[in-house]
Ligand binder design. Sequence first.
Ligand code: C2O
Ligand code: CU
Ligand code: CU
Length: 529
Amino acid sequence: MITGRRDLLQLLGLAPFIRMARASGLELGDGAGAQAASGTSPDVELGLTAAPGEISLLPGAPTRVWRFTGRVIRGPASTLQTLDGSYLGPVIRVRRGQRVRIRFVNQLGEPSIVHWHGLDVPERADGHPRLAVNQGAEYVYDFDVTNRAGTYWYHPHPHMRTAPQVYQGLAGLLLVSDPEEDALGLPSGAAELLCVLQDRRFDGNNQLLYAGAAASGGMRGRMCRGGGMGMRGMGGMARMMETMNGWLGDRMLVSGRVQPTLDVDRRTYRVRLLNGSNARFYKLAWSDGSPMMVIGGDGGLLERARTRRAVTLAPGQRADVLLDLSAHARGSDVQLQSLAFPSAHVGRVGMMGDTSPLPQGAPLTLMRLRVSAAQGPRVGVPERLSAHDFRAVASAPVRRVPLTFMQMNGQLDGRVFDLADVADEETVAPGSTHVWELVNLPNPMGMAMAHPIHLHGPQFRVLSRTGGSTNALREGIDDDGGIDTVVVLPGETVRVQVTFSKHPGLYLYHCHILEHEDMGMMRNFRIRR
Ligand code: C2O
Ligand code: CU
Ligand code: CU
């Protein structure tokens, strides 16, 4: 199938033009990618193209989106799973130990680069914004899958354009499996529900609305430091304020479908949840009171399952849960909901009140499961899910990282993002263990907001969570297991123990509210050679 210009050129025997296109890439990213780093041939080789497209999301006109499409060049065809009728990129399924090559082709008309969120990969495969490639260029990623079995994901990471690119549809799941997980016999195939939670706003023509401008046609409204966002028309100031708090939609989508209803059997399901929203926090629960039986988080399977009433997911975070519908009556209706919480518990950084049509904390129905008569297997929760060898390192150096928002810029430790800048205290030895103390301070106007802080590279551990006031989101926060994105609620101090990657290079840590990331609430850290 011809999926992009590159394939077409290949088909026409015009391969040299591919290299020409590549050479036109940004100077920052030479477009040659990590090719040089790879000696041996990969087990899996994929093509992944980002390009504009169209999809029918609401009754009436189709919605213009940007989307990833993929193809398997080498390796098992099951490596890619296309989600029918969804703008989301294909689900990439890899196994621990596999050597992977991904050929990313940018057909967006603006620079982009892809990041594999949660994977521990070499610098050149991590999708740092300085590696972004221009329209028409290819970037080749080479990495070994060393992560535990779990739910990871991928999304673009270009400088100051991550939020609009993800919003326009560019994101996908990346699932890692391994023998430890295989042995558990968890529900799979039709008994595995892949749920990417996103909120979007549409105009009267079913086109995505973003920061005051129609998102289609490339969403040219750039987010700039200092707040200029290319607003159009009336209400630009209010929209800008809204954007500072993170752009919220008023329609819920699950894996690219608007509030879907799924027909399910009477059996146990594995439900993989990713908060792929730009800014919205969810406090997830089942409407019928079924427990959230959590078996995994950002970094894969937990040691033991945890039964919870609700699960808080901040942007970027994942949860893997089992749902036992085996004893449900035929015709029963189970909804995945987000429970109400005060929007002040997420908080805000802007001076003006929240004018978004559906504020943080509004009660939501994300999807509906309709139980059929068909009976399937009940899968008990294994007593022990996974072996972990985490130990707190008492001697680890402690670094204090205040999180603030000043003059409309997000800051980490008093600094905003710069493509190349890295401070001494952001420089660490390969494989070294540090404690970073994330301190969520109010801004000088006294406003505080929850920030989900993400570190590229291996998962880290939460050591302690202190301070802050009563917060309804805390009930759903479970700091167990390895995570790569940690919510720091207003006023809280969260200590995380990080063992950095063994791969030297320049990596990122940032707030995963994508508008905050684009507004500079991001920094480099360097792993020394
Ligand atoms: Cu999911 Cu640096 O991002
Ligand atoms: Cu990441
Ligand atoms: Cu933030």
